[in-house]
Ligand binder design. Sequence first.
Ligand SMILES: Cc1ncc(COP(=O)(O)O)c(C=O)c1O
Length: 459
Amino acid sequence: MAKYPLEPFKIKMVESIKMLSREQRIHKIKQAKYNLFNIIAEDIFIDLLTDSGTSAMSDSQWAGIMRGDESYAGSRSYLHFEESIKSIFGYENVIPTHQGRAAEALLFSTILKPGDHVPSNIHFDTTEGNIRNNGGIPVNCVIDEGLDPASTFSFKGNVDINKLQKLVDEVGLDKIPIAMITITNNSGGGQPVSLENIKQVYKYWKKHNVPFFIDACRYAENAYFIKLREKGYDNISVKDIAKEIFAHANGATMSAKKDGLVNIGGFITMKDSELAKQMISRLIITEGFRTYGGMSGRDLEAVAIGLQEGLNEDYLKYRIEQTAYLGESLLEQGIPIVQPPGGHAIYLDARSILPNISQEYFPAQALSVSLYIEGGIRSAEIGGLMFAYIDEKTGKTIYPELDLVRLAIPRRVYTRSHLDFVVQTVKKVMDNRHMLKGLRITYQPKLLRHFTVELEEIS
Ligand SMILES: Cc1ncc(COP(=O)(O)O)c(C=O)c1O
């Protein structure tokens, strides 16, 4: 039987949750046009939509909130924020943003020209959206194992250098002004990247003079996986591993809503001071002055503390083992998931669970909807609804390699019995899977459609 870790904390404050009846849930999902983003949080029993901004903050962070300095320029809280980030990332320039996508918007609006390409292992949806919004083309170059849900390779988030070379040969270096890597690789199952791979990728881009940035949302979880799985790192502290990661890149964007253990906040940090200056000019127009960038002083303070707490090894052990518990318990019930369990979430392999629903009818969304109907659980579709797009040259719809349902685990929020209930619910859905129907789109916006898309069941 899967082993549940001991929590390295006790609970000081609680929030009630309640379960609607099955009839009410069916009514709510129809009303929400089969889009779980349209359901109000009160009508959810267990919310696994995202691990982003949903962490329980610690007593130290709440104390920091009270100490927040709300001065417009040069606040004490900004200095604490900057010092905390520099102690981990080590870059000269630190620019606060209200969350991760604002950091991405600054980066790509400063660096990209229409027609430029941006390689990564797999870009997250907001990263893709921001690249496309600035006329760029995101290119995913993850290793083949990263696209095979059944592969148990330890570092499925790694980049395939041959795929990078192929891209360079095809489009030329002058069309690649920046390269990235996402750690852990959220859109590919929350899988880690090895330090060896980060070093190789950095070396490759350095040779070609292309700046290399890390999407660092879950860098602490990635560093902990390196400690567990990569040869030579078991006696090195997670903080030192993190420092080594960032020593092999030119900069990083971060949504602090993940491993920063806060409810809002983000930043972009980099070596290049000239590039940082250009971004600061844009920041002042779009986010705010360079020492708060869209955040309040108290939020800067909570990030400064949360980033250090997120590196605590007792916490990381609990975090990674809690996620593994959910994954292993699902596997024990014969439910196909992306293997091995990732850092922040478990991903159900919707295409294997629902082979009777073809990609154009969104099997992962159908599965996600049924988890709500069955147990009031909210999950996220990471598949065709999120990533399919129309190829401008051929007019054909290009579907992603994987159709997944992500069960993201908020940090320090749910207990063992909550996770056991999730497993029972997935099992029930799995047992009745032949009853599930596909979905068709009745409304969609141009970019990031999954947030506001409307759907109906196919008959
Ligand atoms: C890998 C990755 N990059 C970027 C983002 C965007 O961050 P934010 O939601 O703070 O804008 C996310 C959010 O989930 C993410 O997982």
